[in-house]
Design a protein around this ligand. Structure first.
Ligand SMILES: Nc1ncnc2c1ncn2[C@@H]1O[C@H](COP(=O)(O)OP(=O)(O)OP(=O)(O)O)[C@@H](O)[C@H]1O
Ligand SMILES: [Mg+2]
Length: 282
């Protein structure tokens, strides 16, 4: 534990539970993982555990390796050393047990909303009738009944994100990975989507890893916030437990004094890393 952490005892949770935010079972175990692109080491010796049903948010300066870590969990990239396990099984290759909301828009432009949502079930060999029914149900859950036959270019940015959310969740993954899912949305749509995500997650708790630049979003949504150091060779600087009860309303919770206290403490930790990352780029 860093000196910074020792100076802030009120965020402490019992050591045994601290690594997974209090959850009983580890769902994702990232262990001593180093990710490199040729000679360039993006992240070094990263250890992160996510409990079953835990909502973990990761923040860190731009370029520090957040998407790289997520890609390793999804099995899209292979670590240079160390590794990842999901539910006790080492990750090797693309994972069927993972739902991924990519940083970039990832819908297929030539398929309708319904067809995009169905994709994961199609790959798993689910028959057409059942596929259509489940995809319609999911579009309804994300508030898009009546939009089944629209193509992505006929949807707003917020609606496209909803389709992506349905696409990721329909396969009932053990782990949901989200890479800045709401960063391109205006603030009102973002609040709406954040609340919607919390509602869906609350119904059926899966393990979530959410990457965000928005510290308020990280605290409002997460059970725990992990701060990454600036790159290259990024590592975990600290992990903060979020002591706010659920269900939460993301707009209202920001007025809670515990929220502002925690924001101040995490920002004190994150700010230095952000400044270093800009100095490195100079
Ligand atoms: N395919 C690649 N080849 C070489 N370097 C890469 C590759 N992908 C990422 N990098 C480098 O690895 C580092 C981490 O990239 P990554 O995309 O994980 O950052 P990030 O934390 O997600 O940034 P942002 O917040 O801007 O999305 C960066 O310095 C990036 O330039
Ligand atoms: Mg990224």
């Amino acid at each position: 534990m860093t000196a910074l952490a020792q100076a802030r005892p009120r965020h402490d949770v019992p050591p045994a539970a601290a690594a997974t935010g209090g959850a009983a079972r580890t769902m994702v175990a990232i262990e001593r993982m180093t990710m490199a692109f040729g000679d360039f080491v993006a992240v070094r010796d990263v250890d992160i555990q996510v409990g079953d049903g835990e909502f973990l948010a990761i923040v860190g300066p731009t370029g520090c390796g957040k998407s790289t870590i997520l890609n390793a969990v999804a099995g899209l990239l292979t670590p240079a050393s160390g590794g990842v396990a999901i539910d006790g099984r080492a990750v090797a290759g693309v994972q069927g047990s993972v739902g991924y909301l990519f940083q970039q828009d990832a819908l297929l432009p030539w398929k309708t909303a319904l067809e995009n949502v169905e994709l994961g079930l199609r790959f798993r060999g689910v028959p057409g009738g059942e596929r259509g029914r489940r995809a319609r149900d999911w579009l309804a859950k994300v508030g898009l009944s009546g939009f089944e036959h629209r193509f992505p270019h006929q949807l707003s940015g917020g609606q496209r994100k909803r389709v992506q959310m349905a696409q990721a969740l329909i396969v009932e993954p053990k782990v949901i990975l989200m890479d800045e899912p709401f960063s391109a949305l205006d603030i009102h749509t973002r609040h709406l989507m954040q609340n919607e995500l919390l509602r869906l997650w609350q119904e059926d708790r899966r393990s979530v890893i959410l990457i965000t630049h928005d510290l308020e979003e990280a605290i409002a949504l997460g059970d725990r916030v992990v701060v990454l150091a600036s790159g290259p060779g990024s590592r975990v600087v600290e992990s903060f437990h979020v002591p706010l009860e659920r269900p939460r309303n993301v707009a209202e919770i920001k007025l809670d004094p515990r929220f502002t206290d925690l924001y101040r403490d995490i920002w004190a930790c994150l700010r230095g890393e952000v400044e270093k990352s800009y100095a490195y780029g100079d």
